[in-house]
Design a protein around this ligand. Sequence first.
Ligand SMILES: *[C@@H]1O[C@H](CO)[C@@H](O)[C@H](O)[C@H]1NC(C)=O
Ligand SMILES: *[C@@H]1O[C@H](CO)[C@@H](O)[C@H](O)[C@H]1NC(C)=O
Ligand SMILES: *[C@@H]1O[C@H](CO)[C@@H](O)[C@H](O)[C@H]1NC(C)=O
Ligand SMILES: *[C@@H]1O[C@H](CO)[C@@H](O)[C@H](O)[C@H]1NC(C)=O
Length: 352
Amino acid sequence: MSDVPISMELKEVLSYTGLTSKYIMSLFLLLISLSAILSSVWACPSEESIAPACLCKEFGEGGMLMCKNISSAEDLRPLITAAEPYDMFALTIMQSVLLHIPSALFKNSKYRKIGFLRTQLLSLSESDLAFEGLEDRLEELRATAARYSAHWDWSQLKNHRRLKLIDIDLVEMHALDQEFPPLKSLKLLGISRAEIAVIHPNAFSGLENLEILYLRGNWIAKMSRSMLPNPAKKLATIDLSGNLLNTLPKDMFEGMPNLMEVNLSYNTFTTLRKESFLWPFEHLQALMLTGNELRCDCRMKWIIQTRKPLYFTANCTAPQVLKGLGLSYLTNKVLKFCDSRETLPLNTTMRE
Ligand SMILES: *[C@@H]1O[C@H](CO)[C@@H](O)[C@H](O)[C@H]1NC(C)=O
Ligand SMILES: *[C@@H]1O[C@H](CO)[C@@H](O)[C@H](O)[C@H]1NC(C)=O
Ligand SMILES: *[C@@H]1O[C@H](CO)[C@@H](O)[C@H](O)[C@H]1NC(C)=O
Ligand SMILES: *[C@@H]1O[C@H](CO)[C@@H](O)[C@H](O)[C@H]1NC(C)=O
């Protein structure tokens, strides 16, 4: 085991698993002083049974097992077995290399959260089902910062009935070339900075209760309405920032009665077509378009008379005279040339 202080690693795992509330942090400080006693008394297996690869910490919810530097599924098995009799709620596997997680590994476990941190995991399971035994328990699945690509077969999660959150960040996936299984429990799906360029035309259509979709920082150049459930009754947030979008289909936001926030910052939009953007302008609470090279020419005239979302970020980058002007400040005066010369080419600049 390396000499990195336990407290440092624990902090990292906590922040990555989202356990950073004040409550947890104060509990965490308490644990640092009492860790030896607490970890052996309540939810955790003895240190000897899991050392040197793993550590276990007790939290209000139960035990959290953190294992590091695991190089094969077989090395993982005795560690998981040692923790079976205890009331464990979370497992984090760090800095490890695994071809897959044996599907039956968790048959006698109770984990609600499983995470992979800086871990190469080629596939979720060697059979057609992943994390068997946790179907009515597993709520969160996270993977962050793998150095290698992963080819996960999402259908292996099809029997999971409690899964609320899947959050993948910085794991090379390249494509989402299959439909996600229709997980009714799933509320948050995040696949960010995963080099996703290809998305199956019905990828997320079965996730009928999805509330939040994060696809930040990928290579997505095209979205279609069919990728999302229809209707998407619960969908409130879509984050497609940092992709390669320059247009959206005109029905993109149809059948999304609860949509509140859309982040399209840092894409390649140069204009906002009325047929795609009128609905979001009129209905969203927040629309982010920072970092797009928006050309404020006559094509954007429709925006002047249109309601803007409460939180709205978008600036002109061209023509030069309008550079930096917020789109909320476009006026008939600013675009007056559009009225006087209807036949002007669309790319007209203010200098003409
Ligand atoms: C990781 O495990 C291997 C054996 O599997 C060992 O040789 C190596 O020293 C370990 N590295 C760390 C940082 O613990
Ligand atoms: C929108 O996306 C950008 C880039 O990913 C990010 O910096 C910004 O915080 C996001 N805005 C909101 C309100 O989420
Ligand atoms: C965008 O426009 C707003 C409002 O006009 C302004 O406050 C902000 O500084 C502009 N941002 C840039 C990057 O020009
Ligand atoms: C505008 O477009 C026309 C034809 O599409 C082209 O000939 C002209 O050079 C363009 N002007 C500018 C300033 O880009």
